[in-house]
Design a binder for this molecule. Structure first.
Ligand code: CA
Length: 229
């Protein structure tokens, strides 16, 4: 996969030198020579990384950074002139992820770009892990309140979804009816504990190959339920 990098830099020889060095490394590169064009390309072409100069015509780098950060998670690497300490801090406060001080060597820049993309990929994978639970052929999209079995969406009522999510998050652990009532229903007084059993029954109908002989949501007699796989 060739990662795409957008260079926003008005000094064309410098932009071209960076582009050349990055292309040699196998990256796909676009150049924008003013802030407005840079912002437009960043939003429409969705690059994997933006290399952003601060002193730019039409729209300066701070403005580009601020606007881009409000709309996108793309990593931003700021190019700043030596001695512009204030700029560095400001760039980072505006949501830039890192900066490189001019003049820099192409080797240094490429090393930074690589480190950057690696980190962005790891963070994306980590946040996906938090938002998506997988267990065998079952996938739970937490933020979207969606469940798929073998890639097909299964309709779930909100309580069923919350119960399934709780069981899967505690995979292998026995959850008592009281615990489940507290977590899923928010209280255990005034609710018939058999409510849990009824919801488990409904869930089994949806996710067990043989609901009468459950293998995923297993009953632990006298205690509660355990999600197995
Ligand atoms: Ca400039």
């Amino acid at each position: 996969m060739n990662e795409r990098i957008l260079i926003v830099e008005d000094e064309l020889p410098l932009a071209q030198a960076i582009a050349y060095a990055l292309k040699q490394e196998g990256f796909q590169v676009r150049i924008a020579t003013d802030g407005q064009e840079g912002l437009r390309l960043a939003l429409t072409e969705k690059p994997d990384l933006v290399i952003l100069d601060l002193m730019l015509p039409k729209l300066d780098g701070w403005e580009v950074c601020r606007t881009l950060r409000a709309k996108s998670k793309v990593p931003i690497l700021i190019l700043t002139a030596r001695g512009e300490e204030h700029d560095k801090v400001l760039g980072l406060e505006l949501g830039a992820d890192d900066y490189v001080v001019k003049p820099f060597s192409m080797r240094e820049l490429i090393a930074r770009v690589r480190a950057f993309l690696r980190r962005a990929k790891m963070m994306a994978a980590a946040s996906e892990e938090l938002e998506i639970l997988r267990s065998g052929n079952l996938t739970i999209y937490i933020a979207e309140h969606r469940v798929e079995l073998n890639g097909e969406e299964i309709p779930m009522a909100p309580r069923e979804f919350a119960l399934l999510k709780t069981l899967v998050l505690n995979k292998g652990r026995v959850m008592s009816r009281d615990q489940l009532l507290e977590i899923v229903w928010g209280q255990k007084e005034f609710i018939d504990p058999h409510t849990v059993d009824v919801h488990v029954h409904w869930l089994r109908e949806k996710i067990e190959p043989d609901p009468k002989n459950p293998k995923r949501i297993v009953t632990v007699r006298g205690v509660g339920y355990r999600f197995v796989e």
